[in-house]
Design a protein around this ligand. Structure first.
Ligand SMILES: [Zn+2]
Length: 209
């Protein structure tokens, strides 16, 4: 905790004064560009990854970046989606999975998690992704984790479409859904290409230094 409090002190003394105008503008309201749904894993920093500032991403952190289909499990995830898509009017929703995900490993090896009833119940939402990954992975002895991680993102995008606010905005044609997988060790992001039904390199504009 000391480390965290020292960080807060440094933020208040050094960082806040440098960005006072931004924070004072943000105090009056927000207009985020996107809803970013990703795993609660401590190794993911959505703002560092996308180089966005406070106020630009509306972030939903949830283990396994799982979006229960509507109207299952009405709760924090559904409310966050409704607020971001229905009230704030974000233009894009990104579901971002990641490599070495403990939740995806738990789907492959659920036994140690069985005493944790909430986690076990939550993992059920990744079962269709497991079935899809098994069908896609031709070598039965092959590593299922990468395919499961990708299919889980595809599955959760499908679940997002069942939420009425999302369905309505998609029908109006002013909302886009994106599926990403972030490779933690390499800093690489692949995205889901529905035409190819595969994850491919994400084309990014040339970064200005
Ligand atoms: Zn994870």
């Amino acid at each position: 905790m000391d480390r965290i409090l020292r960080g807060l002190s440094r933020f208040q003394k050094r960082i806040y004064p440098k960005h006072r105008d931004l924070f004072q503008k943000l105090a009056l309201g927000q207009r985020p560009q996107a809803l970013f749904i990703t795993c609660a894993d401590s190794r993911i920093d959505p703002c560092m990854l996308t180089q966005t500032k406070p106020g630009e991403l509306f972030i939903c952190r949830i283990v396994g970046n799982i979006v229960p289909p509507y109207p299952d499990a009405i709760g924090g995830v559904s409310a966050t989606i409704e607020y971001a898509v229905g009230v704030l009017g974000v233009a894009d929703v990104i579901v971002c999975g990641h490599t070495d995900c403990g939740v995806m490993k738990g789907v492959l090896n659920p036994e140690p998690l069985e005493p944790l009833s909430s986690v076990s119940a939550w993992l059920n939402y990744a079962q269709p992704a497991l079935e899809a990954a098994e069908a896609l992975t031709r070598n039965p002895a092959g590593d299922l984790l990468p395919a499961l991680t990708e299919r889980n993102v595809v599955e959760q995008i499908g679940n997002l479409r069942t939420h009425p606010t999302v369905a309505g905005r998609l029908e109006q044609g002013d909302l886009k859904l994106h599926g990403w997988v972030y490779d933690l060790g390499e800093g690489v992001v692949t995205h889901y290409d529905a035409g190819q039904d595969a994850f491919v390199a994400l084309e990014t504009p040339v970064a200005r230094s």
